[in-house]
Design a protein around this ligand. Structure first.
Ligand code: NI
Length: 396
């Protein structure tokens, strides 16, 4: 079983994968409610003769392919949830539910992982070790990956490495993008409440004005990224909500600010909230105000393992040719809960290009007009299958 055979097998299932993807696309389900999708996935995996575990971390599904010979276990991962937004595409397989849409391509991820199970199950008698096909719920919040790991997804058989992939409109269809080391950011969130003393808008001297103090806090927090962090290191601090007050002639008691911090490594992830707290503390103290600072660490950063990334690179070249693998020069400041697998075992997360200007496919993720070039589905299945074969062969 070499790259050529895997490629041929993937071409045979091209149309089936497109119809699976359209079915999932028209029936989107949000985090932890992926009942129809996970039933469809489990049914297909059972038909392929895999060991299937259902309802792991609420709606998660795992199919395990046990090779004829002993060896390591590699996990291939997809996510199944959609976004809570309304699709505006005019296509026959448009979302049937207003307010729900597969605008992050998880319909494609689920489909191409089923495709790789369809391919690999034909080679059961030649495989050393095991392949776990993991379909997780709730990537877009609610932490599906962490739930499945807590429910034992990495045990029985014990997982030795993990690979995941995401559709990527910035990369041309027919190519994949790989990245060594930092791949995606930790998307943390925070809430700041500043308590002053309210009063008459005409008597500021009798109040402690939280709006004025809040503005100073806002401006000073912007100096963390611009003045305190090495300019060659990426970091984001965005305040996305700033609320206070209810009337033109009343100084309010408090203001609230909510936002997100993005960082690519653990040192930065500790430094930013510590510095935020010292700035907020200093400014509020100077004005006699009080504050509360809640910082919630969300998903960890995605940091790719070099050996596993090399496997994706080689497998990608075997399936798509040398031109078919591009190295991404920069990480993205978006987050991904694939990072929970990366914290547990050596792993890599790569991207699958979906941009096709001839077909008018160029919209960004989370756009109501987002769509993909469906000709990539079977190719992604072949790359993932080839990755699993290579990993298991290299590690016997
Ligand atoms: Ni996504």
């Amino acid at each position: 079983m070499n790259g050529k055979i895997i490629k041929e097998k993937s071409e045979q299932i091209k149309n089936e994968l497109i119809s699976i993807r359209r079915d999932i696309h028209s029936h989107p389900e949000s985090g932890l409610k992926e009942n129809r999708t996970s039933a469809l996935v489990a049914k297909k995996l059972e038909e392929l003769g895999l060991d299937v575990q259902k309802n792991i971390g609420v709606t998660g599904v795992i199919g395990t392919l046990k090779g004829k010979y002993p060896g390591k276990t590699i996990l291939l991962r997809a996510d199944m949830d959609c976004l809570e937004m309304t699709e505006l595409n005019d296509i026959p397989y448009k979302s049937k539910t207003d307010g729900l849409m597969h605008a992050c391509g998880h319909d494609a991820h689920t489909t191409w992982l089923l495709g790789s199970a369809m391919i690999l199950s034909q080679f059961k008698d030649e495989i050393n070790g095991n392949i776990k096909f993991l379909f997780q719920p709730a990537e877009e919040g609610l932490g599906g990956a962490e739930r499945m790991i807590k429910a034992g997804a990495l045990e029985n058989p014990k997982v030795d490495a993990a690979i995941g992939a995401h559709v990527w409109p910035q990369v041309e269809a027919g190519k994949i993008g790989i990245k060594y080391d930092s791949m995606m950011a930790a998307p943390d969130l925070f809430k700041i409440t500043i308590y002053g003393k309210g009063g008459h808008g005409a008597e500021p001297h009798n109040t402690i004005d939280p709006i004025s103090i809040g503005c100073q806090v806002y401006m000073s927090l912007q100096t963390i990224v611009s003045r305190k962090i090495n300019p060659t290191e990426p970091a984001v601090l965005s305040i996305t909500m700033f609320n206070g007050g209810s009337a033109h002639n009343v100084i309010p008691d408090k203001v609230e600010m909510v936002g997100t911090v993005r960082s690519l490594n653990n040192e930065m992830r500790e430094y930013i909230p510590k510095t935020m707290d010292s700035i907020i503390n200093g400014i509020t103290k100077a004005h006699g105000a009080k504050y509360e600072f809640e910082y919630t660490p969300y998903y960890p950063p995605v940091i790719n393992d070099s050996d596993i990334t090399n496997i994706v690179k080689e497998a990608g070249i075997e399936i798509l040719g040398t031109e078919g693998v591009v190295e991404l020069s920069k990480p993205t400041m978006g987050g991904e809960d694939f990072s929970y697998f990366g914290q547990a075992v050596p792993s890599t997360f790569f991207v699958v290009g979906t941009r096709n200007l001839e077909k008018g496919i160029d919209k960004s993720l989370h756009n109501p007009y987002f769509n993909i070039d469906e000709d990539i589905l079977h190719k992604a299945s072949a790359v993932l299958a080839q990755c699993a074969i290579k990993y298991l062969k290299n590690n016997t």
